[in-house]
Design a protein around this ligand. Structure first.
Ligand code: NAP
Length: 449
């Protein structure tokens, strides 16, 4: 069950299916955007004449390459890596790298496609791209991670540049991996080109608040959605899926704003701590020791760990999916609504299935799609690029203030765009249309390229 497409958009979607067989996540991401563009073509028929939508659905460039590397025992492994340079109408391609065994072209294309609109929503000069590899970093030593990153960058470097394509982190890629990739780029090119990567360490060109930005931004966005309904996060009970970068800092900001996060997860199980998740313990386990979330009960004996548990069955006021795509389905959405959840904001990319989204919209709860709700990460990456370009380094407070202002603006733009197109409170339409219009206008101005 998905929303219907306007009849003008049906052949465009059919063509996407035909040209990109087997890439179901990419099909899903395109469908979700096309569902909302019918009224745009009525107001701006020139975009149909200029085939803007067909052009946006076709990446400008796709790079697929082999990454051979040796493990600590000397055995050779072969992975496949991707970089999809999707759209550069607004600036250099910008989007993270994902290392996860599930990665294939369809996942990178869905992420790259979403990134175009997300980046446009930030109002900053960044185009959309994404990359990654089917490499599984779990259980690998530091040396193995380094050799893999160096091998990957030995090919990828030629496609990057601060004015061309600027990667960052995503699932399985944090400060350590970015350090190894940036180091190899610097070595091969003989250039200290800080702006070619974001998410760098603070001692070598990184921005304060970048690590925190996606999670914090998601919570700022949630707060804005609640404020628009005369409510706030203060005193709310929250459930956050995942326990990686986005989840950790979403939990931190929820607690700062007076909410209590009572559950989080990893791919193997969930932790429920009715007293509120102890962030210090979580960071120690996940960021320093790199262990499974189950270790949390060694520190908090009264917390509950459920192997394979479903985090969406934990009653809450606010749900923040911050793990991965399609992690929240229709049945989960139904459970959340029945349990009294009033707001969902996506720290992850496309975590809610199309059927789940419809259920949230029918229930008229606040629902903030990832394109808008998690745009704080890439926005702060663009702030990192600004600091690199001016050889400057801003304070944490100043950078966080800029992030908050950007999230408030994104919320306002989504809200107002939805209202303008007769769909007040529909942040999916607001985000897609607002992002699309900015890209479409730039593409129109630049001619058929
Ligand atoms: P991360 O640090 O690698 O953490 C990912 C978390 O999600 C981990 O707890 C992981 O558990 C869990 N997870 C991953 N794949 C899973 C799966 N197939 N099933 C269940 N759980 C899974 O990654 P992250 O940077 O926080 O990214 C999380 C999400 O946010 C992704 O959708 C990403 O695209 C999106 N996002 C990230 C950023 C950013 O700045 N990092 C910006 C915008 C959006 P395990 O450790 O057990 O695998």
């Amino acid at each position: 069950m998905t929303a219907k497409l306007d009849e003008k958009l049906v052949p465009i979607y059919q063509d996407v299916l035909h040209r990109n067989p087997g890439e179901k996540e990419f099909h899903q991401a395109v469908h979700e955007v096309l569902e909302t563009l019918g009224p745009v073509l009525v107001k701006y028929p020139e975009f149909a004449d200029k085939k803007i939508i067909q052009r946006i659905c076709e990446p400008e460039r796709q790079i697929i390459f082999r990454v051979p590397w040796q493990d600590d025992q000397g055995e050779i492994h072969i992975n496949r890596a991707f970089r999809v340079e999707f759209n550069s109408a607004l600036g250099p391609y910008k989007g993270g790298m994902r290392f996860h065994p599930s990665v294939y072209l369809g996942i990178i294309k869905f992420l790259g496609f979403e990134q175009i609109f997300k980046n446009a929503l930030t109002g900053l000069p960044i185009g959309g791209g994404k990359g990654g590899s089917d490499f599984d970093p779990k259980g690998r030593s530091d040396d193995e991670i380094m050799r893999f990153c160096q091998s990957l960058m030995t090919e990828l470097y030629r496609h990057l540049g601060e004015y061309t394509d600027v990667p960052a982190g995503d699932i399985g890629v944090g400060g350590r991996e970015i350090g190894y990739m940036f180091g190899q780029y610097k070595r091969i090119t003989n250039r200290y080109e800080s702006g070619v990567f974001t998410g760098k360490g603070l001692d070598w060109g990184g921005s304060r608040a970048r690590t925190e930005a996606t999670g914090y931004g998601t919570v700022f966005f949630t707060h804005e959605m609640l404020k628009a309904r005369g409510d706030s996060l203060d005193g709310k009970t929250v459930v956050v899926s995942g326990s990686g970068n986005v989840a950790t800092y979403a939990i931190e900001k929820c607690h700062e704003l007076g909410a209590k996060v009572i559950a989080c997860s990893d791919s193997q199980g969930i932790i429920v701590d009715e007293k509120g998740i102890d962030l210090k313990a979580l960071k120690q386990i996940k960021e320093i020791e790199r262990r499974r979330i189950s270790a949390y009960t060694e520190i908090h004996k009264d917390a509950k760990y459920v192997e394979g548990g479903n985090i969406w069955s934990v009653p809450c006021d606010v749900a923040l999916p911050c793990a991965t795509q399609n992690e929240l389905n229709a049945s989960d959405a139904k459970t959340l609504v029945e349990n009294g959840c009033i707001a969902v904001a996506e720290g992850a990319n496309m975590p809610t299935t199309p059927e789940g989204i419809l259920l949230f919209q029918d229930a008229k709860i606040c629902y903030g799609p990832g394109k808008a709700a998690n745009a704080g990460g890439v926005a702060t990456s663009a702030l990192e690029m600004q600091q690199n370009a001016s050889r400057d380094s801003w304070t944490f407070d100043y950078t966080q203030k800029r992030l908050e202002e950007i999230m408030i603006d994104i919320h306002k733009n989504c809200y107002e765009t939805a209202a303008e197109f007769g769909a007040e409170g529909n942040y999916v339409l607001g985000a897609n249309v607002n992002g699309f219009l900015r890209v479409a206008k730039a593409m129109t101005a630049m001619g058929v390229i």
